[in-house]
Design a protein around this ligand. Structure first.
Ligand code: NAI
Length: 386
């Protein structure tokens, strides 16, 4: 079946269930979810809840209450299942891993849309300003995967600093030349490590870095750390960005993507980094300029870059971050976007999504921490200073 036919067939299935919905007008709401395709893995592993196949584990529950549930990974273009069903959906569920981009133009077309739920953390794929203007609430399952990401950050820092990837590749090639690896391998102990963004993930990372005996921990954030967290992590706040980056051996980015962070790490700022610093970005790809980061790795200005987030997802085959290498042939720790979708995280964000829906159906208030955009206004301070 062609993609278009598959979309049409899926759309017709949606129409069929809309007809059923007409019999239960007081109960039926149209819930549209854009999830990633899990393929064979999702058939074999039912705990892959964030997939099209396993549907966040909420289909039976939704349908038993008379709601209609459309699930798709087909999200690009006006004929996509996403854009077709968006026209009359009341609730949209998306994930950052395979983002259904809700642009201003699509918000205008989504006449019935009341709530967007991000199954996970990070709602930059939604035009939040447009949601504010149209009284569309945007909710996240706040905290659901912050430990998962903080652990990934630790792994990424270690694999860059210790030059792990080239060492592993050497073994797989059947070679053994210790000096080729050791010439660019260091200890984490004694380094200056900073987080750009010190919210839930940033502060967990700082906490996890303490036992490595860093020389100093720094953070850059327009919101100061809560005093109890600050006392625990003993990190120094640096208020000027250039000063911050110039002091760090390792920087980890843990801020949301918004108008104040888009393209923040670019050629101009990279000049202020210490020569040979390492950069880890598990926040959002577009916070870094793709070409500028690749050039900085190739020249050795950055000794390495690692992360799981890309400016376009799925990343095209020729994306420079797939192939960039430092002058010694290492320094690339890129993976697909999965740090926040471990099986443990999926259980938490699926349960959190269900709770948000239940609150909405029953007219109960939402957890304040989950509300990014409330009715007609931003409820969080994380998506830029307003
Ligand atoms: P949070 O809301 O607890 O913390 C974000 C922090 O960033 C806040 O303290 C905020 O003040 C700060 N911030 C915002 N703009 C800034 C700027 N211009 N400069 C410096 N600091 C700034 O969010 P949380 O839970 O820590 O998540 C952070 C981000 O991590 C998410 O927005 C998302 O983009 C990303 N994430 C990635 C995942 C993955 O799978 N790779 C999974 C979960 C989150």
């Amino acid at each position: 079946m062609s993609l278009l036919n598959a979309s049409t067939a899926a759309f017709k299935r949606g129409i069929a269930s809309s007809a059923l919905r007409a019999q239960a007008p007081n109960r039926g709401m149209k819930v549209l979810a854009v999830l990633y395709k899990g393929g064979e893995a999702a058939k074999q592993e039912p705990r892959l809840l964030g997939t099209v196949e396993n549907q966040l584990g909420i289909r039976e529950w939704l349908e038993s209450q008379g709601h209609e549930y459309i699930v798709t990974d087909d999200k690009e273009g006006p004929n996509s299942v996403f854009q077709q069903h968006l026209k009359d959906a009341e609730i949209l569920i998306t994930t950052p891993f395979h983002p259904g981009y809700l642009t201003r133009e699509l918000v205008d077309k989504a006449k019935n849309l009341k709530v967007c739920v991000t199954a996970g953390v990070g709602s930059d794929h939604i035009d939040l300003d447009a949601a504010v203007e149209k009284d569309i609430q945007v909710l996240e399952v706040t905290g659901s995967n912050v430990v998962s990401v903080a652990e990934q950050v630790m792994m990424n820092i270690l694999l860059l600093v210790r030059n792990f990837v080239p060492a592993h590749e050497m073994i797989q090639r059947g070679e053994w030349q210790v000096s080729d690896i050791a010439r660019n391998a260091y200890d984490l102990e004694g380094k200056v490590i900073g987080t750009l963004g010190a919210g839930r993930i940033g502060s967990l990372v700082l906490e996890r870095l303490q036992p490595f005996n860093p020389k100093e921990l720094l953070y850059y954030d327009y919101s100061p750390l809560r005093s109890d967290v600050a006392a625990k992590v003993r990190a120094r706040r640096v208020e000027d960005l250039k000063e911050f980056v110039s002091q760090c051996d390792i920087i980890t980015i843990n801020a949301p993507l918004h108008e104040g962070t888009k393209g923040l790490i670019n050629a101009d700022l990279l000049k202020h980094f210490k020569k040979g610093a390492w950069l880890v970005n598990t926040a959002r790809g577009a916070i870094c300029n793709t070409e500028d980061v690749a050039a900085a790795v190739e020249s050795g200005q950055l000794n390495g870059y690692a992360g799981d987030v890309w400016n376009i997802q799925p990343a095209p085959k020729d994306h420079p971050w797939r192939y960039m290498k430092n002058p010694l042939g290492g320094g690339n720790g890129m993976t697909p976007h999965y740090s926040g979708t471990t099986l443990d995280a999926q259980a938490r964000y699926a349960a959190g999504t269900k709770q948000i829906l239940e609150n909405y159906f029953k007219g109960k208030p939402q957890e304040p921490a989950n509300i990014i955009v409330g009715v007609g206004k931003y409820e969080t301070k994380s998506y830029g200073q307003r």
